[in-house]
Every structure is written in C-alpha cells, then in structure tokens.
Design a protein. Sequence first.
Length: 129
Amino acid sequence: MKSTYLLLFLSLTSRFGLSQQHYTVTYDQLKEFEGLYEYINNTTLKMAASPADTLLYAIIDKARYPLMPVDKDQFHNRQKDKIVFFRNKAKTIAGYVIYNDTLKLLSKNVSFPRGDVVSKSCVGQQVHL
C-alpha cells in the first residue's frame, strides 16, 4: 500500500511539479509583434495578435498558426521550433529569427480582423514557420 502511494506521489510530482512554467503576455504586449514580415522564398507572412485567445498567430495564405510565448520576445510554434524576435536601437520589433534565418519586419500595418474568432478547427496543422 505504501509503495502505491509513493508511486502515485512520484508520478504526480513529475507530471505537475516539473512541468514547464508558462510565460504569459497580455494582448497589448502581443500587439508589439504584429506586422508584415519577410518569409521564405521571397514571400511574406503576417503576425497578428488575437484578442479572443491572447495568442500571436503567424498567418500564411489565410492559414493561422498559433505561436506560444515562452520568454521575452520568444515563441514556439506547434513543433516547438524557437522563434526569436529582435529589436532595433529604439527597442521596437525589427524582425525575427528562426533556425538560422533572420527575417525583417516590413510593415506594422497588420491587425487581427475585428470579430474574427479563432477556433481550433481553423488553425493549420502544419507549421513551416
């Protein structure tokens, strides 16, 4: 009986006690990252903050890919690839780095359309960001 409780305690400790802490950001903080950015093969992507679920989305050809905040100016996509935003001398977002690619912010004129609700059914499954 004691071994059962010990096993249960250890499994709960490893599941909850050692789980990764979530880094939280506000909707207003996410709006800093909104914009039109360079993307692969001379294309572009949009980054937009969703007020519905307080997440940043990469929008590529109308497909939306959620980016989870993990640290200041750092996000992960669903594959846990690290996306790191960088800032200029004025401390505003100037672009992002993924893998070994540095991609620049082209325009800040992007926002999530009002009344546009993101549901899990409309979020793309494959993320190549």
